[in-house]
Write a protein that binds this ligand. Sequence first.
Ligand SMILES: [Mn+2]
Length: 291
Amino acid sequence: MQNIHSLQFLGADTRHGDPHSARYLVLPIPYEGGVSYGTGTAAAPEAVLRSSAYLELYDEVVDDEPSRHGIVTLAPLSVEGDHETVHRSIYEQCKTIFNRNTFPCIIGGDHSISNPVFGALQELYPTLSCVQIDAHADLRDHYDGSRFSHASVMARIRELTPDVLQIGIRSMSREEAELIKQEHLAVCTMYGFRGGGYDWRAALASLPDPLYLSFDVDAMDWSVIASTGTPEPGGLSWDEAMVLLHAIFSEKTVVGCDIVELAASPTDRNSAFAVAKLLYKMIGLHAATFT
Ligand SMILES: [Mn+2]
């Protein structure tokens, strides 16, 4: 069993944190070596954990206290070294932590961490597919000279599986757009999502189980989450995100998730709290599928 964090998701109450029976493992990965613009993602996990102490344990949508299934927060992963070293290390550390009896909930960190996390989870679930909710396509083969940039994360995950659905996208290069067309990649832009031109429910249904959910907070509108490194206007409302999450968790077998790219801010408490609530919503929707 890994070391337990001194900060626990939902606060210090040990009722939610029996490490032997907990169904959910919250895993902070405070890495921001893959960012290209604003910083602050390394401090994000601590901000989310502190905010989470103010969440209500009861969720009115699922009519349950999802915390009763046990939620343990592990000590942050070690993220020292250059990009490649850190990515290898995250992959190895995750392989020792992940097992089929628990559901890992990753708090980033920049988006580049999703690649080694996905790789480690794929060792347990060979047919693992991926849904990415994000403003950015993240399909560049490399960015700023690195294949481990957050702007390349979906290019890396697509090397691990062809079964990827990207939703909420509203920022990409011409080269990324051409790649999407040439290879018929499943990319639901925000334009397609809002206008109904893309049937994301059918695309979701066609993905094999189980599924990993990678949620970049810049997918959300600024009125919900403002503090992120590469912001884009025109994001998902809270309620739109809930519709997406409800469909994903009720129609697919989700076996792990991450929330990445929050930038901790001393002047914006709302964003960290929204991320904490987003993660607790994911846990509640997941728990509702087996109770
Ligand atoms: Mn993004």
